[in-house]
Design a binder for this molecule. Structure first.
Ligand SMILES: [Zn+2]
Length: 341
């Protein structure tokens, strides 16, 4: 055989292998897809009939009250999370960015400038300084004036956010316990392979575990040419709120309250009050012993709106239901208007 013939055979073999490979993979892919589709269709048929069956409707009916309680707590958690928007919604107005320069170059970064209330467009220096001392610069550029009122507002935000974060975990535990208690009534496969759908079909609202509700303050710098940029961002999560309250209190020094009585609503104080009250609601007497996943909150006996202060004597433990009934949790217009006495 000539050398060129050997090469031709060699190339033919390679081409054959490649084509064979494609056919083999394609077939495997199709077969797998088909099997998967059949698997899903069988599930859908099974679930369709199961969730319509009297047996399932009876189970659902038996735990109806527990589901309503869980969904109420879920709604309450969402309310706790919205506290910041109620307190700090300042409308600075809006403006459009118009580029009048003669350059042909479009500045994409400059076009993206937002009128977001929590974003401050600033110089490189301010941005760097804000990174070094975020609290100081946030107060200065976002109009947060260090006063007793502001301090109380942020303590209230922290109090609500802490309860919300704890509530999410307790609610999830409660849901899991309810579903697990059904394990001899609900088919094994549904409970183990399709739990998410089962929970939805039972009527539970989904718990939103995202922490995106924490307010974020950003300092944003874009160079005049739009080529370089930097951002300094601080998220007011539980940890930062705790620190921010200590920072504010240093600036305020409790000017407006009875000296020595004013305490800071920190995580430590919240725990101290619950411990003092034996993890028991001071209104209805329900405790963690009777209801393991009970969400306990810290309440101002004399509300802040009525000039009550944050002091150990003015704080008590309430279960979320009693606290909700008392209605002092969500800051109302009355509270926002409290005066610096
Ligand atoms: Zn209670």
């Amino acid at each position: 055989m000539k050398k060129s013939e050997i090469m031709a055979v060699f190339y033919l073999i390679i081409i054959a292998v490649i084509i064979g490979g494609i056919i083999l993979f394609g077939t495997a892919f199709l077969v797998f897809g088909l099997l998967w589709a059949i698997y899903e269709i069988l599930w859908l048929i099974y679930e369709y009939f199961y969730y319509k069956s009297n047996k399932f409707l009876q189970i659902k009916d038996d735990i109806k009250e527990n589901i309503i309680k869980c969904n109420e707590l879920n709604q309450h958690i969402e309310e706790l999370k919205s506290i910041y928007n109620i307190v700090k919604k300042i409308d600075y107005g809006a403006s459009d960015y118009i580029d009048n320069s003669n350059y042909n170059y479009k500045r994409p970064k400059l076009e993206k400038i937002k009128n977001d209330v929590n974003v401050y467009e600033c110089s490189a220096t301010v941005c760097k300084n804000a990174q070094a001392q975020p609290f100081k610069y946030i107060c200065k550029y976002f109009d947060i004036k260090p006063s007793e009122t502001t301090l109380s507002e942020f303590e209230n935000i922290l109090n609500n956010f802490s309860a919300a974060e704890q509530g999410k975990i307790l609610l999830q535990n409660e849901k899991d316990e309810i579903v697990d208690s059904l394990n001899d009534k609900i088919p094994f496969l549904l409970l183990n392979l399709r739990k998410k759908k089962l929970i939805r079909k039972l009527g539970f609202d989904e718990v939103d575990f995202s922490q995106l509700y924490f307010p974020t303050f950003s300092f944003n710098y874009v160079s005049p040419g739009g080529n370089s940029s930097m951002t300094s961002e601080t998220t007011f999560n539980i940890e930062n709120l705790d620190k921010f309250i200590s920072y504010l209190s240093e600036l305020v020094k409790f000017r407006n309250s009875v000296a020595g009585q004013r305490a800071l609503m920190t995580a430590a104080l919240r725990e101290k009050i619950k411990n003092r009250d034996n993890y028991t609601c001071q209104t209805c007497g329900l405790s963690n012993k009777e209801e393991r996943n009970l969400l306990l909150e810290i309440d101002h006996i004399i509300p802040l709106s009525k000039n009550g202060i944050t002091s150990e004597g003015n704080l008590q433990t309430l279960c979320w239901r009693c606290n909700r009934t008392k209605g002092s949790k969500i800051i109302n217009a009355d509270y926002i208007g409290i005066k610096n006495a």
